[in-house]
Design a binder for this molecule. Structure first.
Ligand SMILES: [Zn+2]
Length: 629
């Protein structure tokens, strides 16, 4: 029976017939030496494999590409005959006793992320999916992992894997375990001298592990994490685990992002040299990320589409329901950040306009496919983006976020301010508790949500899920709350384009292109359909050489020169392309902004519904928690 549930006490004193030994003597060269031991009851063919993807990130990553130097032997060192069956699975003729499999894993992705592993002189971050092979047919057995690291050099190990021994001698390796292979795949491990702290919440141990550099304030962050737990756990009636580990990576050059697991999450933020720690926007996004990943404890790790667990680790696992697990979580992340008291109400409305509505309406691809299709095709769309993606596709995070916002407001309005989507989530949680081994279908979701809220959602939700972006009736949904959102030109302009550096200009301009600097050249990165840059015939990868007769040496030059000429006046652009030099004219438009505000004179009903939607517990020390707008 499929399960990712594990309590630490279940592993204490266990033995395992599948054991991985991790050796770190080549950490400086980013190499992990793995020795895998498998007890074999009867001689015969055994198949070993490594997953081609990691749950939570819908892309074929072929982790096997970084494994090598395989040696397969019997317990007495006799080499065994083996061959590859597929790109990620091998078959060996094993002999009764112990099968020993040794291999080297190169754990160093240049563009370090939370979905791979990373070993340096300083620390090791391992996602076991990248380096622990499965034994086909024996995935349900207990697995142990032995960490043979120098504990004087690396003092801390933070992971959701459970201790097998109550105490270990100085010369013994640390042994941790998982009840099955699915839990092995789900378990990241941080090893090194990172910051660790822990606290209790209603009987569960919460560990905070912060690895990185910079001037971060661990106490401040731990205090916020407590608030996140106090805010999220009551939605579902408590925590569903005995222990949980927040692994937080704050490294320079690290790609931001998070990945959810059953009893842990990895949350990464690019730390620069630490200077960002005083940056309110950066801190907002870190707190929002922590709220997001922690919400996944329920929504995706446990409440999940039927296709997402048990998994097939050898191929893509397609689902049309990422609108639920990522869409709802993306709507809830900033709502929870607000409920935690980290945002003021004014902050929250601004963030909804800036990070939720604006990017949605700036993506022409929102009207190309339904969110169900974009979910199904995540493997080849969201996770394989190209320069023209914004015109063909929209993220199901962003689209799903707006779908759930609409759904929540619809439920609140239709129930006259007595029910909200939290009520549906509680019922979905109950469904998981009754049937943890199997996820839900779209139809079950509708039935459960309608029963829990007493509001008919099926017809509307199906229209939104099967329709395109502009099928979401935002003004109609916002009206009962006295909310309105507007597209406005902003005269007191400071910015020219979403991705361009901020500068002070007399007029705010919009071109619809983003630029990048490459080897001293200024190159067009993307061109958004239906914008001035698109009209001017500009394309991705064109080099901008002259603007209004002046030679271009930086991205700033392009902005400044177009801005000098002014809004709705033509600038002459000279491009170098594979067809030679091309001259064209670009007429920038006024910069449009989307704002979300409450109407000047709301009715009592509108005020009441708005208060219900934005209800949160009172924070006596709210000023200390919010970061200010
Ligand atoms: Zn997520």
């Amino acid at each position: 029976m499929y399960s990712i549930e594990q309590r630490d006490e279940q592993l204490l004193g266990t033995s395992a017939a599948i054991r991985y030994h991790f050796h770190f003597e080549q950490a400086h060269q980013h190499v992990l030496r793995v020795v895998m031991e498998v007890d074999i009851a009867q001689s015969g063919a055994v198949v070993l494999g490594l997953p081609v993807w990691i749950p939570g990130s819908y892309k074929i990553r072929d982790y096997i590409s970084t494994l090598g130097s395989f040696q397969l032997t019997s317990a007495d060192g006799k080499p065994l005959a083996w061959h590859w069956l597929t790109k990620n699975r091998l078959e060996v003729q094993a002999e009764q006793g112990v099968l020993r499999v040794e291999y080297a894993y190169y754990a160093y992705e240049k563009d370090s992320t939370i979905r791979s592993s990373h070993i340096t002189r300083n620390h090791a971050f391992l996602n076991l999916v990248t380096c622990c092979m499965f034994v086909e047919g024996r995935e349900a057995e207990i697995h142990h992992v032995y960490f043979h690291h120098n504990r004087e050099k690396w003092a801390n190990v933070s992971t959701q894997l459970s201790p097998v021994k109550a105490s270990i001698a100085a010369d013994e390796p640390l042994v941790l375990g998982a009840l099955n292979y699915d839990i092995i795949v789900d378990s990241p491990v941080e090893i090194g001298n990172h910051y660790v702290s822990s606290f209790d919440y209603e009987g569960a141990t919460i560990e905070v592990a912060i690895a990185g550099r910079g001037n971060y304030d661990a106490d401040w962050l731990t205090d916020r994490i407590k608030t996140i737990i106090e805010t999220e756990a009551p939605i579902f009636g408590g925590l569903p685990f005995d222990r949980y580990v927040f692994i937080i990576h704050l490294f320079p050059g690290m790609r931001g992002g998070g990945l959810e697991h059953a009893r842990s999450s990895v949350n990464a933020m690019e730390s620069g040299s630490g200077k960002h720690w005083g940056d309110t926007a950066k801190l907002h996004s870190l707190l929002s990320l922590l709220c997001h990943e922690f919400f996944h404890v329920w929504n995706i790790k446990r409440i999940r589409p039927r296709e997402l667990g048990p998994f097939n680790y050898n191929q893509e696992n397609f689902t049309r329901m990422l609108w639920l697990v990522e869409g709802a979580t993306s709507y809830y992340d900033d709502l929870l950040t607000y409920r935690c008291g980290f945002y003021t109400r004014a902050d929250y409305l601004k963030i909804l306009a800036k990070d939720h509505l604006t990017p949605f309406f700036r993506t022409p691809g929102r009207n190309e496919a339904s969110i169900k299709d974009n979910s199904f095709q995540a493997w080849v769309k969201l996770y394989l983006p190209h320069d023209d993606s914004l015109n063909r596709n929209i993220s199901y995070y962003l689209h799903g976020d707006l779908v759930f916002w609409c759904l929540d407001l619809h439920i609140i309005a239709e129930s006259n301010g007595t029910k909200r989507f939290d009520d549906a989530f509680r019922a979905l949680w109950k469904q998981y508790q009754d049937r943890p081994e199997q996820g839900i279908t779209e139809d079950e979701f509708m039935t459960i949500a309608e029963a829990a809220t007493g509001v008919k959602i099926r017809e509307k939700l199906l229209t939104w899920l099967n329709g395109k972006g502009d099928d979401l009736p935002l003004p109609e949904i916002f009206a009962p709350f006295g909310l309105e959102w507007k597209q406005t030109g902003a005269p007191e302009a400071t910015k020219m384009g979403e991705s361009l550096p901020t500068m002070t200009l007399a007029t705010k301009l919009f071109t619809g292109m983003t630029l990048k600097s490459e080897g001293g050249k200024v190159i067009i990165a993307t061109v958004q359909a239906g914008t001035p840059a698109h009209e001017a015939g500009l394309g991705a990868d064109d080099e901008i050489v002259f603007v209004n007769g002046a030679r271009i040496t930086s991205v700033d030059d392009v902005e400044t020169l177009i801005a000098k000429r002014g809004v709705e006046r033509f600038s002459e652009i000279v491009l170098a392309s594979d067809a030679g030099m091309i001259t064209t004219a670009l007429k920038p438009a006024p910069f449009l902004e989307y704002s979300l505000r409450t109407i000047a004179e709301p009715t009592d009903d509108q005020k009441r519904l708005l208060e219900f939607w934005l209800e949160r517990k009172e924070f006596p020390k709210e000023e200390a928690k919010t970061l200010g707008s």
